[in-house]
Design a protein around this ligand. Structure first.
Ligand SMILES: C[S@@+](CC[C@H](N)C(=O)[O-])C[C@H]1O[C@@H](n2cnc3c(N)ncnc32)[C@H](O)[C@@H]1O
Length: 287
């Protein structure tokens, strides 16, 4: 009986999951929202590994930068203002005070930079939706920022402001952006809590936002409320690590149900909210 169950799990679940994904993608392609249709194409492209020659060149340049950092033993002193671990329940004051940790570039790159699949997803999202003004919370070493920068370069327009609490990481990211020749990325150093208002005054209307840092449910909801007035109708907000902790998952459920959110897509690691629109739909896909 145990063997039959194991065989069933082995054969049925992956097939069932793949079929379900196909159904969800088909449902997205039939959505009344153009943004959802575009995001279905983005997911398709990532699943099929579709890249043009120009896109592959950017990918290879950024990945060789990543490889160099993954081999670097350089030690950094890092100010950490995040939630630290899903098991810790830090107070807002403790997170604001932060702590200083010592890590090699290799460790940071391996543990915190967006992996290739998700980097390509962001890259393709920017290529497809063509946002003019973008904001990122959580620069780290600049891998996701570099993919966004590459997509903006290929689009021929767009600017990104990215905020990072750790000065040492922001400096590394800036060097990476300079190496890649990006002039349209501004790195702002400081806590999100301290920098967000001033950054929003400067950026004006935003078309796309990536929230990829702090990992605290209440803080994530606060950042969303702070950014909301600046979001253009039809803007997308991408939340990373929505399953990182119970609090992050609860925050994600509240964000999906928020009155300003039209369609939302749960991608297990990442969640995407589309602002406004007459259509209210929820999806769940894996890439
Ligand atoms: C997961 S990493 C970002 C990864 C990056 N987006 C990438 O994929 O290349 C999160 C970053 O957010 C920063 N961070 C976390 N909480 C912060 C806060 N409250 N204020 C400013 N920066 C913060 C951390 O220092 C860390 O570098």
């Amino acid at each position: 009986m145990i063997y039959i169950q194991a065989l069933w799990d082995l054969l049925y679940h992956p097939v069932h999951a793949a079929l379900k994904n196909e159904q969800e993608l088909a449902r997205m392609k039939g959505s009344g929202s153009d943004t959802v249709k575009a995001l279905a194409s983005v997911a398709d492209d990532v699943l099929n590994g579709t890249v043009t020659v120009g896109e592959a060149q950017w990918r290879d340049r950024i990945e060789s930068l990543r490889t160099r950092m993954e081999r670097s033993n350089e030690i950094l002193s890092i100010a950490d203002y995040g939630a630290q671990s899903p098991l810790k329940q830090l107070s807002a004051q403790t997170m604001y005070a932060g702590r200083v940790v010592t890590r090699s570039v290799r460790e940071v790159c391996r543990s915190s930079s967006k992996p290739l699949k998700w980097s390509m997803f962001l890259f393709r999202l920017v290529r497809r939706l063509k946002p003019e003004s973008l904001l990122e919370l959580g620069t780290c070493l600049g891998i996701s920022g570099a993919y966004i920068g590459a997509a903006m370069s290929m689009n021929g327009f767009g600017s990104l402001v990215t905020i990072e609490g750790a000065e040492t990481l922001a400096a590394k990211a800036q060097t990476n952006f300079d190496t890649l020749g990006f002039r349209n990325i501004e790195t702002v150093v400081g806590r999100f809590q301290d920098r967000l208002d001033a950054v929003l005054q400067k950026t004006g209307r935003l078309d796309a936002v990536l929230i990829d840092g702090h990992h605290d449910g209440a803080a994530t909801l606060r950042y969303f409320e702070t950014i909301l007035p600046a979001l253009a109708p039809g803007a997308v907000v991408v939340f990373d690590d929505i399953g990182w902790s119970m609090e992050m998952h609860e925050a994600w459920k509240m964000l999906r149900a928020h009155h300003s959110v039209g369609c939302s897509i749960d991608m297990f690691d990442m969640g995407i909210c589309c602002i406004g629109g007459s259509v209210r739909e929820t999806y769940r896909i894996a890439i």
